[in-house]
Design a protein around this ligand. Structure first.
Ligand code: NDP
Length: 247
């Protein structure tokens, strides 16, 4: 059975990634920051989808390097290795740059960019040792910049540099790193942070005239995670319905 590790699997996109992996016969370890009961429900649903599979969740704050290393060790033990690592956990705030505090800036950068770096670093020794594996960074259509999203956009743009560097450093050792760029999807993040104007933009300016369905994103993630994409490395896969920018 192939094995996957996902950060932020308790809700939204991460939870759908767990389900999609379960439907395709993967074993999955995933994390949550604080919502333990949501994570346990995701585990149960995944078990219903794939009763023979292993599904296990861990509490983890991706801002905590020592905790990441500890969880990585436990994941490798529980799953007996790992084939794909998806750096999905992320946060955003809606703040104009002139009013953004250092704390707010650091929190977003440290979670989205720092967390993805630390998680990749923790699993790279295992992936390199087995000379096989896939790392996926969860970027955003906002990575090219958006009003009120300076920290979030900077964190997501940083992921592109990180992913392409890992692709070059570890491609020769059989480890692929790719970037997924979601457009707009219905989750707690978009429910909490999208204004009605942005919601209108996300459908009116999207060539497909709608927001995405979570299954459409997880299908792309599973492609990058699996050997179906064995010669795809350092690539950016946009799942945006053709929407190229954010206002
Ligand atoms: P949600 O807010 O619905 O879920 C966020 C997840 O990340 C939760 O599982 C949460 O855990 C976890 N998390 C948050 N902070 C931390 C932390 N410090 N350490 C560990 N885990 C943490 O977000 P989405 O599902 O919408 O987004 C998932 C990813 O996709 C993010 O990286 C986001 O930027 C990206 N994305 C989303 C888009 C969308 O339209 N929804 C568009 C483009 C990109 P807990 O449940 O315990 O709080």
């Amino acid at each position: 059975m192939p094995k996957m590790f996902i950060t932020g699997g308790s809700r939204g996109i991460g939870a759908e990634l767990v389900f999609a992996a379960a439907r395709r016969g993967w074993d999955v370890a995933f994390t949550y920051r604080s919502q333990e009961s949501a994570a346990k429900s995701v585990e149960e649903c995944a078990r219903e989808l794939h009763p023979e599979g292993t599904f296990v969740s861990f509490a983890l704050d991706v801002r905590d390097a020592a905790a990441i290393d500890g969880v990585a060790d436990q994941v490798l033990e529980r799953l007996d290795g790992v084939d794909a690592v998806i750096c999905n956990a992320g946060i955003t705030t809606n703040e104009m740059a002139y009013a953004m505090t250092d704390a707010s800036w650091s929190d977003v950068i440290d979670t989205n960019l720092g967390g993805s770096f630390r998680v990749s670093r923790a699993f790279l020794p295992e992936l390199v040792a087995q000379r096989r594996g896939s790392i996926i960074m969860m970027s955003s259509v906002v990575s090219d910049g958006a009003s009120g999203q300076a920290a979030y956009a900077a964190s997501k743009a940083g992921l592109h540099g990180l992913a392409k560097s890992l692709a070059k450093e570890y491609g020769p050792k059989g480890v692929r790193t790719n970037i997924l760029v979601p457009g707009y999807f219905e989750t707690d993040m978009t429910r909490d942070q999208m204004t009605s104007q942005l919601r209108e933009f996300a459908t009116a300016y999207c060539p497909q005239r709608r927001m995405g369905a979570l299954e459409e994103l997880s299908a792309a993630a599973l492609f990058l995670a699996s050997e179906d994409s064995a010669f795809v490395n350092g690539a950016t896969l946009r799942v945006t319905g053709g929407l190229d920018w954010a206002p």
